[in-house]
Design a protein around this ligand. Structure first.
Ligand code: PAF
Length: 282
């Protein structure tokens, strides 16, 4: 595995490669990232990972400075999984003040975007830069960040970027908690309670599969269930997978059969995300 920190050296190294599979990350890798790396190997003969904590996607009151930087440990974990690791400094990615941005679609202002103004704009901008730098044939992102994946797919499609986007399934701990770099901030007591977010989504999923179609009521019930256990809830939302717009029951039946229930909620100071997909018989 080669560890590269400049764009010029990376371009030189990748110049002869014809099947690059790329996994962008902010480092602090866990099994969810490693799973994406293994999936990447199925999609390319040269697997590239980036480790870059992107200042553009953090709000002024967010944890950019505190975000864990674990370069050495990350490189050790990637040793047998990646051919190239790209770990640029902020000055390499942003040598001048970034004044050109990707304007993400309106959905970027809803769900997670409502609590994190500008987050998806900064995320989409760095992803576009990374795709231009690496020029992969395939790029992989986790489904845990479902809204992020949706926005990236829209950017790639609407901007005609020559890359195929692949979504990796969410990797979960034994109790069902979705793996996330943020889980390490949970106290032992909070960690014990954290799986309730996933359980709440599963409960809503079962209700829909049993025929429940009053999505607003389901969302409210899920929010109440979380609040009653001490969570501070940003949202629970039943949406269509295709465009993340509210799912619209039509006379007890659904025009759309592929739904996703998304949630973001805080346990103590730690904000966790999760989602479950729901497939209804046509
Ligand atoms: O999901 C992440 O880790 C980041 O948002 C990404 C896609 C690497 C862009 O900084």
């Amino acid at each position: 595995m080669q560890n590269i920190s400049t764009i010029a050296e990376l371009r030189e190294r990748l110049s002869g490669e014809r099947a690059i599979a790329f996994v962008p990350t902010m480092g602090n890798l866990h099994e969810g990232h490693l799973n994406l790396m293994r999936l990447a190997r199925e999609h390319g003969s040269c697997v590239v990972a980036s480790l870059f904590v992107n200042p553009l996607q953090f709000g002024p009151s967010e944890d950019f400075d505190k975000y864990p930087r674990t370069l050495e440990a990350d490189c050790a974990r990637l040793q047998s999984l990646a051919d190239v690791v790209f770990a640029p400094a902020v000055s390499e990615m942003y040598p001048v003040q970034q004044t050109v941005f990707v304007e993400p679609p309106p959905i970027a202002d809803e769900l997670c975007g409502a609590a994190r103004p500008g987050h998806f704009r900064g995320m989409a901008t760095v992803v576009l830069k990374l795709l231009n730098i690496v020029q992969p044939q395939v790029a992989l992102f986790g489904k845990k960040d479902y809204q992020q994946l949706h926005i990236i797919r829209q950017m790639v499609m609407q901007m005609n970027l020559p890359v195929r986007v692949v979504g990796g399934e969410t990797v979960r701990a034994a109790d069902g908690l979705a793996l996330s770099s943020r889980n390490q901030y949970l106290s032992a007591e909070e960690r014990g309670k954290a799986v309730f977010l996933y359980q709440t989504l599963q409960e809503a999923q079962r209700a829909i599969l049993r025929g429940g179609r009053d999505f607003e009521r389901l969302e409210k019930q899920s929010v109440e269930a979380l609040r009653s256990r001490g969570w501070s809830v940003d949202y629970v939302a039943v949406r269509k997978q295709s465009d993340l717009q509210p799912a619209d029951p039509v006379q007890g039946n659904l025009a759309q059969h592929e739904l996703v229930i998304l949630a973001a909620a805080k346990l103590g100071n730690t904000r966790l995300l999760d989602n479950v997909e729901v497939y209804l018989a046509a």
